[in-house]
Design a protein around this ligand. Structure first.
Ligand code: PEP
Ligand code: MN
Length: 359
């Protein structure tokens, strides 16, 4: 564990009451869109305005941000609303331009944290500068890479460092755009207990409906703040339209959050329980996968021996035996019946595909 100095007071006079809210559009698009969104947010008490000026896009040809022109709009937001302004930097050049324009807080995006060359370049460009920097997690769940990015900034003399958890790319299809894998930021918190932690439910969920539940989960895990994309007209956004909400919806979501201030012991206890559940669920799925593999082998056997797929006697025997065992383990008979009905249905389906020659 490295020993770095963290100053939790990211910005002068910033109220650290949870959740600290950073909000604004994914991208600054036009001066009017920036100002309209900013005024609405300021009107509801948001203190830090975000907008992407330079946008890292997965595929070429997508909107890559308005560039330096947008910095003048951010200055105007600062001047007219009194909010602090924040933008993403991905190179030394971005840092110089952003600082010159008076940007109050910088963040490093997931596709930059992942690259030690860029992190080093950014860290060096910030030497001797007193500006808060929030480091998003790298796209892959590599805790050391995330830690390394934080250490590089600290080595440059920065102490107002925080993190933004936005989830991790998953090869498999999940309900999330980026999987939360909460154990990773929890372990980071263990390494650096003072680090201000934000959660970005917008990029994590990728869909509006997931913002509220993810925000609540982040609050239950004692995160300090939320980093949420808002747009005055989300459906017309030039980037990430599906996950942006209006400032009004943000207000509603914030008003429904339950903030439990139970202290750090509970955070780690809850995290431990959740990590155990995650691991057990992974094992359950792995075992189900193996069970289906055996079913497919049985399917091949039945096909080659001209046997029928469904054998009622065997199904009844499974149900009775599993229910007895489950009851002795404290699992209700009803629950186990539903689970095994579903498993049996899937097994029959997989065998039918083989017997009917779909393979
Ligand atoms: C963003 O916050 O606008 C952004 C590009 O996010 P990420 O780096 O998490 O993809
Ligand atoms: Mn975005």
């Amino acid at each position: 564990m490295s020993d770095i100095k963290i100053n939790r007071e990211l910005l002068p006079g910033l109220d650290m009451t949870r959740p600290i809210v950073i909000s604004g559009p994914c991208s600054a698009e036009t001066e009017e869109q920036v100002m309209t969104t900013a005024r609405q947010l300021a009107g509801m008490g948001v203190k830090i305005f975000r907008a992407g000026i330079w946008k890292p896009r997965t595929r070429p040809g997508a909107f890559e941000g308005v560039g330096s022109e947008g910095l003048a709009w951010m200055k105007r937001v600062k001047r007219e609303t009194g909010m602090f302004v924040a933008t993403e930097v991905a190179s030394a050049q971005h840092v110089y331009s952003a600082l010159k324009a008076g940007i109050d807080l910088l963040w490093v995006g997931a596709r930059t944290t992942v690259n030690p060359f860029l992190m080093q370049e950014i860290a060096e460009s910030l030497q001797g500068v007193d500006v808060p920097v929030l480091v998003k997690n790298p796209v892959n769940p590599d805790l050391d890479l995330w830690t390394g990015a934080i250490e590089r900034l600290a080595q440059s003399g920065l102490d107002k460092i925080g993190i933004i958890h936005r989830g991790f790319s998953a090869g498999d299809k999940t309900i999330y755009r980026n999987h939360p894998k909460w154990q990773v930021p929890i372990e980071l918190h263990r390494r650096f207990p003072e680090l201000p932690m934000f959660c970005d439910p917008s990029h994590m969920g990728g869909r509006r409906e997931l913002i509220a539940p993810l925000s609540q989960q982040a609050m239950d895990l004692n995160f300090d703040g939320l980093f949420i994309e808002t747009h005055c007209d989300p459906d017309k956004a030039w980037s990430d339209a599906a996950q942006q909400i209006t400032p009004e919806v943000l207000k509603l979501i914030l008003s429904t959050l339950v903030i439990r201030d139970e202290g750090k012991q509970n955070l780690s206890k809850l995290a431990e329980y959740r990590t155990s559940i995650d691991e057990l669920d992974d094992k359950l799925i792995e075992i189900l996968g193996k069970r289906m593999e055996v079913c497919r082998e049985i399917g091949v056997f039945k096909r080659d021996n001209n046997m029928q797929v469904l054998q009622a006697g065997r199904y009844n025997e499974i149900m009775v035996k599993r229910q007895q065992l489950a009851q002795s383990m404290g699992v209700g008979g009803d629950c186990i019946q539903k689970i095994f009905e579903a498993i049996h249905e899937e097994s029959v389906h997989q065998q039918m595909e083989i017997v009917n020659g779909a393979q």
